[in-house]
Write a protein that binds this ligand. Structure first.
Ligand SMILES: Cc1ncc(COP(=O)(O)O)c(C=O)c1O
Length: 394
């Protein structure tokens, strides 16, 4: 049950999200009626007349295949303009280039490790400082605000402890203080959460995950809420050259056609996996916004249409976590998430390896924490496999 309430996804064309996700992504080729957008495998375009240059002149600046993807994600997120990048980190780092030397950022504390690395080791060197805070607490955000604060970067649910931030409340606070708001919507996708409708300025995605959905393409997307920001981000995308190639743009659209069906199936299993994990003696804690005891559940239900397909759980120690990883036979033991196949990750040594251990522990990312990205396999097989791995780890 992915849409517990009638979602605002009927906005725009008036069609339901399920219809829009298929019809928007599929589109048809205006010239031939082909059922998928052609791959315009060209780096440059002929100028029939210098006075009337063609709509597209060079693929870094624009390409019809990439444009179809960018229009699609803008529509699905309910934004003014979309942009496709060579990776999620390319989308995030390009968005941060809206800032300048001397600016200050406030960021969710248990943000994706790559974003942490960008902010601390790259942007820090360029004079952009960051304060990491528990963004679930508005008072802490306010306490972190400085005269030079320019932007707030959020992840909700956060990675990997699935903390929930009240998007509309933070967006309103940020607007009052003239701060740019950015939100990483990778875990939810526009199927489940549309932050721009809640007041966020820029939504970013690692489209490598649920949007692509098949562990076969690396890509990033960004959507802006208004044309003014769109103009600035276009300038940066072209200037930095961090664009997505045309074949990957097509492949990503191919994956996105089945986004809702995949999310529905994976989420159904994730809910049951989370409940099942709470009953396992060897599991000390389960993190999933759909569990009744999750502190952010009510806020999450207000701002989202589902709980997602990521379940994190703690098995008590690094040694036990390693044993579980050695004994599972069904999920890929890998970095990444959001694919048709289940993926089990060990944040301490994978997604959050860039975070120093003491900071990682402070942020609740313990040595025994595992992150399960639920795929489309039969739930019985997922549970059976995990049961034997947990037993082996006792
Ligand atoms: C939440 C989140 N944001 C951003 C990224 C970075 O995306 P990419 O690996 O496509 O660069 C990841 C990658 O794991 C992620 O999980």
């Amino acid at each position: 049950m992915i849409h517990p309430k009638e979602s605002p996804c009927t906005s725009g064309t008036g069609r339901k999200f399920a219809t829009r996700v298929v019809r928007t992504v599929s589109g048809t080729d205006a010239r031939t009626g082909a059922s998928s957008v052609p791959i315009y495998q060209a780096s440059t375009f002929h100028h029939a007349s210098l006075e009337n240059p063609p709509e597209y002149d060079y693929t870094r600046s624009g390409n019809p295949t990439r444009q179809a993807l960018e229009d699609t994600i803008a529509q699905l997120e309910g934004g003014a303009r979309g942009f496709a990048f060579s990776s999620g980190m390319a989308a995030i780092s390009t968005a941060f280039m809206l800032l300048s030397n001397g600016d200050h950022v406030i960021c969710s504390e248990d943000v994706y490790g790559g974003t942490y690395r960008l902010l601390t080791t790259i942007l820090g060197r360029m004079g952009i400082e960051t304060t990491f805070v528990d963004a679930t607490d508005l008072d802490r955000l306010e306490a972190a605000r400085r005269p030079n604060t320019r932007a707030v970067f959020l992840e909700t649910p956060s990675n990997p402890t699935l903390k929930i931030t009240d998007i509309a409340a933070v967006a309103e606070w940020a607007r009052k203080h003239g701060l740019l708001t950015m939100l990483d919507n990778t875990f939810m996708t526009p199927c489940l959460q549309r932050p721009i409708e809640l007041g966020i300025d820029i939504v970013v995605h690692s489209a490598t995950k649920f949007l692509g959905g098949h562990s076969d393409v690396l890509a990033g997307l960004a959507v802006v809420s208004n044309e003014r920001l769109g103009h600035k981000l276009k300038h940066l995308q072209n200037g930095l050259g961090s664009v997505l190639g045309v074949q990957d743009s097509w492949l990503l659209m191919r994956g996105m056609k089945t986004l809702l069906a995949r999310m529905e199936c994976a989420e159904r299993s994730a809910r049951q996996l989370a409940e099942w994990l709470t009953r396992q003696r060897s599991v000390t804690r389960v993190y999933y916004p759909g569990l009744p005891e999750h502190p952010g559940r009510a806020i999450h239900e207000r701002q989202s249409q589902g709980y997602g397909a990521i379940v994190s759980f703690d098995v008590g120690s690094g040694e036990r976590a390693r044993k579980v990883l050695e004994h599972v036979t069904l999920p890929l033991v890998a970095v990444s998430l959001g694919a048709v196949e289940s993926i089990l990750s060990y944040p301490a040594m994978m997604s959050h390896a860039a975070m120093p251990r003491e900071i990682r522990l402070q942020r609740g990312i313990g040595d025994g924490l595992l992150r399960y990205s639920v795929g489309l396999e039969a739930l019985e097989d997922i549970l059976g496999d995990l049961e034997q791995a947990l037993q082996a780890a006792r």
